[in-house]
Design a protein around this ligand. Structure first.
Ligand code: GLA
Length: 693
């Protein structure tokens, strides 16, 4: 039973962690504890009750409130900010009651004067040591209320620590850089204002005391399941209390909550481990595979994608030639990327018109799909449903369907505008058009792209406050995608936004995997993939072998990098030699053998490519019987003896064989002494690990 209720106090426990909150003597719902699970309920500390000690420091300032609303003598970063219809901008939340349902706890609060209820929802994900939190707000009155900020949760760190924040930063072609910085008094803000998750920052955090590493140390970590504007604020208050707010971005946000309506925030997930950053990632990986992904923990097929080979020059002939070569190499899924639909000869035209271009596919897609299926492969297709080119039938028919302000020019990016998916008519158009495409063709895989961010975020005919766009757009995306999934439950979907612009726990309710970056240069990819792995399991990480930097980076190296995720190939096979295609067939065959270990096993980041040109990553099956080690060396100018690579995740006392090593040794020996690896510049190796007794 993960939830324990006592009069005015509640404890949520997972396999290894405990979280406690309760009413303090002054009636404030106060955070009490978050850390390792304690043996007895009485072990959890009581809530702090401090009346404050000066007119400048009232109780709202010195007490770690569980979900502080903006009001009273409170100057900390609040979770909730709203305006009542009479103009009052002050919210006073009082405890009403608590209810539990299985693994869910709801703490019901209401405003001291106004008919407004705020429900704090908690759910324990026991096996993965995660707590899920979200909030619902009910307008019980007869006047509207305007929500201006509504976060999903505030997470409190133990008092009086100095904490270090780990997060991801980046940009297009350069996502997922690991950043580590100590938090100082004040606010550190991470956010997206781009209407989507963004390449630039990720709604994920990890906090430690400055001493954790991959293998050990306390780490508090969390993520938001949302694919639109989001915000994380990490605050160190003037009373040395550190807390993390996470939720919808309040920048330019407003939501008019009509009488009787309920607003629900996205879910925030957070966990605690003593096992360092590696364990934190593995908990998230397990959780994503088992509880978020629509198809659960499945492995993905090796795919071929046409983009880097043929760009917009897609037709039956070019794709058939590629498909034949791909099938020969052992590819299982052939994906036609951009360029297949009406009027699409460059990025100037076509988006919105989702039917095959008759000049390229005179008999539709079916002849190509049949050919691909006859070659033993599934067929997949690229779409970019949220976008429209002004040069398209759709835009000519519905120029009002895009996000815009009537008085402003509509800024194009990549020659395209964004359809306003907050509008039900736009949603219906997309559902019907894409449903037809999926009904009429044997499509097993869809890559759903989104190739620009927002500008002029107007919604001229908005039925409510036009600033609801930020949230209603994302809800619209979820609705369209969710409905298509419901109608076509066997299709596998990939989330792409110019690479990794939309990777988050929200989209993974709909997408089975993510295209991590448009940068496919293998050495850059090592870093991008490492950052990505902080949050997401390898099964979600689609990775292609392409021709990028092929003059410098050997094909084996490029394969090894892509084999660390869900392997795909995106090079121009027409230019690959017979020998290269045989090499590829060899790696694809090996990948199929190790795929369950890579995609469904435990991942260990052994040596970081961000710290040295010599890096390594290891995957172990859940039963620890089999593993695979990838080691990479980029460029090290000076003569160097490479250190042995110390393995992780083995049974200490079991005997393991490592490919290339003459004698088996105990798991402990391999973990302590490591595996010797010799590599020259830009070379790599993949070694299998097998338990022999
Ligand atoms: C985006 C994607 C690429 C490719 C192109 C097609 O940039 O990230 O993989 O699909 O669009 O236009």
């Amino acid at each position: 039973m993960p939830i324990f209720s006592f009069p005015n106090s509640w404890i949520i426990e997972t396999r290894n962690t405990g979280y406690a909150t309760g009413m303090n003597a002054m009636g404030l719902l106060t955070h009490r504890y978050w850390g390792v699970r304690l043996p007895r309920p009485t072990d959890y500390p009581p809530p702090i009750a401090m009346p404050g000690w000066a007119s400048f420091n009232g109780p709202g300032q010195v007490v770690p409130e569980e979900y502080p609303a903006c009001g009273g003598l409170k100057y900390i970063d609040p979770c909730l900010k709203l305006t009542f219809s009479d103009g009052t901008r002050d919210t006073v939340l009082l405890f009403e009651e608590a209810s539990t349902q299985g693994e869910e706890l709801i703490l019901h609060l209401h405003d001291a004067l106004y008919p407004l209820r705020v429900n704090l929802h908690y759910r324990a994900h026991v096996a993965e040591d995660l707590i899920e939190r979200w909030v619902t707000v009910e307008n019980l009155g007869s006047q509207p209320v305007t929500l201006e900020r509504i976060f999903s949760a505030q997470w409190h760190l133990p008092r009086f620590g100095q904490y270090r924040l780990t997060h991801l930063s980046g940009k297009w072609l350069d996502e997922n850089h690991l950043q580590r910085e100590f938090l100082k008094p004040g606010l550190k803000v991470l956010e997206s204002r781009r209407i989507t998750t963004s390449h630039h920052a990720s709604p994920w955090f990890a906090i430690d005391r400055g001493t954790a590493d991959e293998d050990q140390g306390e780490v508090w970590f969390g993520a938001l399941a949302w694919s639109g504007n989001w915000k994380i604020t990490a605050e160190v208050t003037d009373f040395d209390s550190t807390r993390i707010n996470i939720g919808l971005n309040d920048w330019d946000f407003a939501w008019c909550l009509q009488p009787g309506e309920v607003f629900t925030t996205p879910s925030a997930f957070a966990g605690y481990t003593k096992g360092g950053f590696g364990a934190a990632s593995r908990l998230l990986h397990d959780f994503i595979r088992h509880s978020i992904l629509p198809h659960g923990p499945i492995t993905h097929k090796v795919l071929y994608n046409s983009w880097e080979a043929t760009t917009f020059d897609v037709d039956v002939q070019s794709q058939t030639r590629l498909a034949e070569l791909a099938a020969d190499m052992g590819i299982e899924l052939f994906v036609v990327d951009d360029g297949w639909f009406q009027g699409r000869h460059s990025d100037n035209a076509g988006l919105g018109d989702w039917w095959p271009d008759p000049a390229k596919f005179p008999d539709g897609l079916q002849p190509l799909i049949r050919k691909v299926n006859d070659l033993g492969m599934d067929f997949g297709l690229w779409i970019e449903p949220e976008m429209v080119n002004p040069d398209s039938h759709l835009y000519r028919a519905h120029p009002d369907w895009v996000i815009h302000f009537p008085s402003r020019p509509r800024t194009e990016a990549r020659n395209q505008l964004i359809l306003n998916l907050a509008r039900p008519d736009v949603q219906e158009y997309l559902i019907e058009t894409l449903d037809r495409l999926l009904r009429e063709n044997n499509i097993a895989f869809i890559k759903w792209d989104m190739n620009r961010n927002v500008s002029e975020p107007g919604w001229p005919d908005a039925p409510g406050d036009p600033r609801e766009l930020w949230v209603r757009y994302v809800q619209g995306v979820y609705r369209v995608w969710g409905e298509l999934r419901r109608r076509h439950p066997n299709v596998i979907w990939q989330s792409c936004s110019g690479g990794g612009g939309r990777a988050d726990l929200g989209i993974l309710h709909l997408a089975d995997q993510v295209w991590v970056s448009d940068n496919t240069e293998a050495t850059a990819r090592l870093n991008i993939q490492e950052g990505f792995s902080c949050i997401f399991p390898a099964s979600v990480m689609e990775a292609w072998v392409t021709d990028a930097a092929s003059e410098r980076i050997p094909l084996d190296f490029r394969f090894h990098v892509a084999m660390c995720g869900a392997l795909g190939v995106g090079g121009n096979l027409l230019h690959w030699s017979e020998e290269e295609r045989q090499q590829a067939a060899h790696w694809i065959a090996l990948y199929k053998e190790i795929r369950p270990i890579v995609q469904l096993g435990d991942q260990f980041r052994l040596l970081s490519p961000q710290q040295s040109p010599f890096s390594a990553v290891q995957y172990m099956s859940k039963d620890r019987s089999e593993g695979v080690l990838f080691v990479f060396r980029t460029h090290i100018p000076e003569p160097v003896m490479l250190p042995p690579v110390r393995l992780r995740g083995l049974d200490e006392n079991a005997l393991y064989e490592i490919e290339g090593e003459s004698e088996p040794r105990s798991g402990l020996a391999w973990m302590e002494q490591g595996v010797p690896v010799m590599l020259s510049d830009f070379s790599s190796t993949v070694l299998r690990i097998r338990r022999v007794s």
